[in-house]
Design a protein around this ligand. Structure first.
Ligand SMILES: C[S@@+](CC[C@H](N)C(=O)[O-])C[C@H]1O[C@@H](n2cnc3c(N)ncnc32)[C@H](O)[C@@H]1O
Length: 294
């Protein structure tokens, strides 16, 4: 029986291995998966996680969780995976067999350095796939970019500035207004490996509506869960190594929601276990027998 480490009105976090939760989850249950896995680079996550296994074992493990994440997606649901371009190519091979490609979103990465005989890496990839045609696609708009020194707009839009939608520009598949690299100065919490909120938030806004369900297997500092709670989506997550940062995030930002019973049925999340199925069967048989004797 899986017991949540914390719950809110909108979500439930399980402090356990994502695979152990995933294998017990119902198929076709969630509307969106957002996954930002460890990259097997030997990084110190400062939470006990050892980010280094053989490449073969790492890719086999990725294949397992990616397949499970696709299985739990509803038809038309979306899966986003954040990765280095090298890993994204490999993840794409797995995803292409199961779901439909939508976008390779490039997120510009500043202040990097080249390693060996390579170009300067200047972006991370956010893969976006859906289970067949997307059931939800919301256009996200972003503010017209301005110079951070003088505040003036940086482009003139070829003289058609007045034709721009007053709500902002259409989001493209090139995000240069985020800071995907996890430099200390961009982190909400020092020492915690987390994305800027806007990254999972955009993925959620594009692919879900209010009260849809978002799943993140690699909770980290909890940015996906915050984005879901903030935007009125249900969320489910796992974090194997240390969930206290997520707990602190919710204590600070959602104190009234933390500790409340989720508004969705957590039991409905899991495949029915044999005992539960047998109990339901016994009840149904009893009911139909007693109906027959009336
Ligand atoms: C890159 S971080 C995710 C950061 C998160 N997206 C955020 O913005 O806060 C990856 C996380 O996955 C966790 N992790 C590694 N293996 C896991 C597993 N098998 N099940 C669940 N979590 C795992 C690590 O402890 C780490 O916190």
């Amino acid at each position: 029986m899986h017991k949540p480490f914390l719950t809110t009105r909108k979500g439930a976090l399980f402090a356990e291995d994502c695979m152990s939760l995933l294998k017990d989850m119902q198929s076709s249950f969630v509307d969106c998966v957002f996954a930002d896995p460890p990259f097997n680079l030997g990084k110190d996550y400062k939470n006990g996680y050892h980010d280094k296994m053989s490449e073969f074992s790492y890719l086999c493990w990725c294949e397992d969780w990616i397949k499970e994440c696709c299985r739990i997606l509803k038809p038309g649901g979306a899966i986003f995976i954040y990765a280095t371009p090298e890993l994204a190519i490999k993840f794409g091979n797995i995803l292409n067999e199961l779901v439909t490609f939508r976008h390779w979103i490039a997120m510009s990465m500043k202040g990097t350095y080249s390693r060996g005989k390579k170009l300067y890496p200047a972006h991370y990839a956010l893969l976006y796939y859906t289970r067949n045609q997307p059931k939800t696609f919301n256009r996200v708009r972003v503010p017209v970019p301005t110079c951070r020194h003088c505040g003036k707009e940086v482009k003139d839009y070829g003289g058609h500035r007045d034709k721009l939608n007053p709500l902002g520009l259409n989001l493209t598949d090139f995000w240069e207004d985020t800071s995907p690299n996890r430099h200390q100065k961009f982190k909400v919490r020092p020492g915690v490996n987390e994305l800027k909120l806007v990254i999972p938030e955009r993925a959620i806004l594009i692919s879900t509506n209010e009260n849809d369900i978002v799943f993140d297997p690699f909770g980290g500092g909890g940015s996906t869960f915050q984005a879901a709670e903030l935007n009125n989506r249900y969320w489910i997550g796992t974090e194997l190594y240390d969930s206290k940062h997520i707990q602190r995030r919710f204590e600070e930002r959602f104190p009234l929601s933390l500790g409340k019973k989720p508004e969705f049925d957590i039991r409905g999340l899991f495949k029915q276990d044999e005992d539960h199925k047998n109990a339901v069967l016994r009840r149904c048989t009893r009911e139909s027998l007693s109906a027959g004797t009336r």
